[in-house]
Design a protein around this ligand. Structure first.
Ligand code: GDD
Ligand code: MG
Length: 344
């Protein structure tokens, strides 16, 4: 079984965070996001993973290299122009001569991947699509299936009046190499809008695997923050999340840091500062009396005296001035500088 991760989207909904950092490697709990997906692939014994990239591929290649640091073999299939989800898969055809697990590169999940693969084999499917329930399917791909789990309809981003269930495409597939025959080469092609409807039209066995495991698409600021709150509350668990290791001298005695928060190495926290339910990246400086609550702060930020940051995401190396107030929903791009006493 091969693995392929689709990571070529521009991440527009996560801008400005993705202007310099492609979505597959935005930090999640102080770890590049892709590593969670690699962990999951490994649970199914997959040790060769193709990264399908188009946007800022070098940043991802520089981080993962040949995968040796992460105990997998990583190959890169880079598109000069985005080829769409199925076109990107086709672009890696030369490396895939056996069934493959394909992930959308922005889904955090505790899916039982070996069980999905077993179900795929048992049913003799050409494609198995993992489904998950959500409150509002309109932002996803709606999938209908019969009582035996055979998919009968795939409808991407349905209009409100076309919503027939709450089961959506979770962005995880097992695909037989024969689906390549149904994907035209060298031009953009979509799994969701073209390939899946075409396989159904051709009467091929496409099956659903319904899971109610933890699942979230981190591709919007709201969901990115929500994924962090879920991690801090223990709703998503990974043994690989780096624990807080406070260095002696880095934290003043009367600073308050709740047990949930994750603080990376090299962070300094001043007197009377308060951190609650937040993730603080490496080398951040939180000055005297500052508060950071329900927030995610990327590496290298400075939050000055008595500033207050709530429900916010701060990109790399931001600076928040003295007594500035950042309220819920604030998203700062990398290197942003917020002047003293500002209120956002
Ligand atoms: N290589 C490559 N080339 N990757 C691409 C391209 C491309 O042209 N276009 C998109 N991708 C990657 C993105 O980087 C992302 O990891 C994944 O494909 C899905 O793209 P999104 O832009 O995040 O799609 P979505 O979230 O709106 O919808 C998709 O995911 C939903 C689940 O989160 C669809 O698959 C829906 O059906 C699904 O419900
Ligand atoms: Mg997405």
């Amino acid at each position: 079984m091969k693995g392929l991760i689709l990571g070529g989207g521009k991440g527009t909904r996560l801008r400005p965070l993705t202007l310099n950092t492609p979505k597959p490697i935005v930090p999640v709990a102080n770890r590049p996001f892709l590593l969670y997906q690699i962990d999951l692939m490994k649970t199914a014994g997959i040790d060769e993973i193709i990264l399908s990239l188009a946007y800022l591929p070098r940043k991802i290649e520089d981080l993962l290299k040949d995968g040796a640091d992460f105990d997998v073999r990583v190959r890169y299939a880079v598109e000069s122009e985005p080829l769409g989800t199925a076109g990107a898969f086709k672009n890696a055809e030369e490396w895939i001569d056996e069934p493959a697990v394909v992930f959308n590169g922005d889904v955090l999940t505790s899916l039982d991947l070996p069980a999905v693969i077993a179900a795929h084999r048992e049913r003799g499917a050409v494609a198995t699509i993992v489904l998950t329930p959500v409150d509002d399917p309109s932002a996803y791909g709606l999938v209908e299936h019969d009582d035996d789990g055979r998919v009968t309809r795939f409808l991407e981003k349905p209009d409100m009046d076309a919503i027939t269930s709450n089961q959506i495409n979770a962005g995880t597939y097992v695909l037989e190499p024969r689906v390549f025959e149904h994907i035209p080469g060298g031009r953009p092609y979509s799994f969701e809008r073209e390939l899946f409807p075409a396989l159904l039209e051709a009467g091929l066995p496409v099956y659903a695997y319904t899971s109610d495991c933890y699942w979230i698409d981190i591709g919007t600021p709201r969901h990115y923050l929500e994924a962090h709150m879920d991690i801090l509350a223990g709703r998503f668990h990974s043994p690989s999340i780096p624990p807080t290791t406070l260095e002696t001298g880095g934290v003043e005695n009367d600073a308050s840091i709740d047990e949930r928060s994750l603080i990376a190495p090299g962070v300094s926290i001043g007197r009377g500062a308060r951190i609650a339910s937040s993730v603080i990246g490496p080398s951040c400086r939180i000055r005297e009396g500052a508060r950071v609550v329900d927030s995610v702060v990327w590496p290298g930020a400075t939050i000055e005296e008595h500033a207050s940051v709530t429900g916010s995401i701060l990109g790399r190396s931001c600076s928040v001035g003295r007594s500035a107030v950042l309220r819920s929903g604030t998203v700062l791009g990398g290197m942003s500088s917020i002047t003293d006493f500002s209120s956002l």
